[in-house]
Design a protein around this ligand. Structure first.
Ligand SMILES: [Fe+2]
Length: 267
């Protein structure tokens, strides 16, 4: 855990390896596929297709933006995002990094990348950007959770240590100026591992040339006691873990800590 913390401080990002069970990932893929089939109204077993084929079929009827939104909400309703945050190795690392009072952004948006996305699609193939530009607070961590990632699909490209440059001036969703010399790295990550980025780490989307779709969940996590250093107050967060202090506050029920709830005064 110390190593992961050190890496984020030094490079602006780190990977928590094998922290989500492949069984849970299968469940999430299955749930996504079921939602696609229900929307496509596929009834007979013989018409059932795999996830990528169902996606491409639905993309003929709905925009990619609408599909991403629909599937993101579906995973929340199906309690599968909650289940991700119940994975022990993941939650323990997050607690080590930013403390036990944790919440996650339920307004997140699933990132789908298919071979048809072109570099002109700035929304789906993003140029170098900082999450800070769209309101993520400096106190938060950005997770990038691969759900369907195969060899050759590509991931994210990251500018190492760019979080130390502060807020980079930008226009039209790209930096106005970058230093002459910097180091980039393509994120090496497998299904079951999770990448963590700071709000200031510059990163871009790598185009997916695989015939299947790449699916990842970019989700912000924050300690709800940390001062908001962005626009976090404008978004919806769900609490996922409480410290002793928070549990006791909730038990006592009010900020005066009066014993009305926990102690009977009648003899
Ligand atoms: Fe991003």
């Amino acid at each position: 855990m110390k190593e992961i913390s050190k890496n984020i401080v030094k490079d602006g990002y780190a990977i928590i390896k094998n922290c989500i069970s492949l069984k849970l990932l299968d469940k999430i893929q299955l749930s996504i596929n079921e939602k696609l089939e229900n929307t496509l109204k596929v009834n007979s077993t013989k018409n059932k297709q795999n996830l990528s084929k169902n996606y491409y079929n639905l993309a003929k009827k709905l925009s990619q933006f609408d599909i991403q939104k629909m599937l993101s909400e579906h995973l929340i309703k199906d309690n599968l995002i909650d289940k991700i945050f119940k994975e022990e190795k993941l939650i323990e690392n997050l607690i080590y990094l930013i403390g036990p009072d944790l919440s996650y952004l339920i307004d997140y948006e699933m990132a789908i990348n298919d071979k048809k996305n072109t570099n002109k699609d700035y929304y789906f193939i993003k140029k170098y950007h900082q999450e800070f530009w769209s309101g993520m607070g400096l106190e938060s961590l950005q997770l990038w959770i691969p759900i369907n990632l195969k060899k050759g699909m590509g991931t994210l490209n990251i500018i190492k240590s760019s979080h130390e440059w502060g807020h980079i001036p930008h226009q039209d969703r790209q930096p106005l100026k970058l230093p002459k010399k910097y180091k980039t790295e393509n994120l090496k990550i497998n299904n079951g591992s999770v990448a963590i980025l700071s709000a200031l780490t510059l990163h871009s989307t790598i185009k997916n040339n695989h015939k299947d779709i790449r699916i990842a969940l970019p989700i912000t996590v924050r300690n709800f006691y940390y001062p908001n250093k962005g626009n976090s107050d404008l978004f919806n967060f769900k609490k996922i873990n409480n410290s002793f202090f928070t549990i006791l506050r909730k038990k006592l029920g009010n900020p005066q800590y009066s014993p009305f709830r926990t102690m009977s005064l009648k003899n």
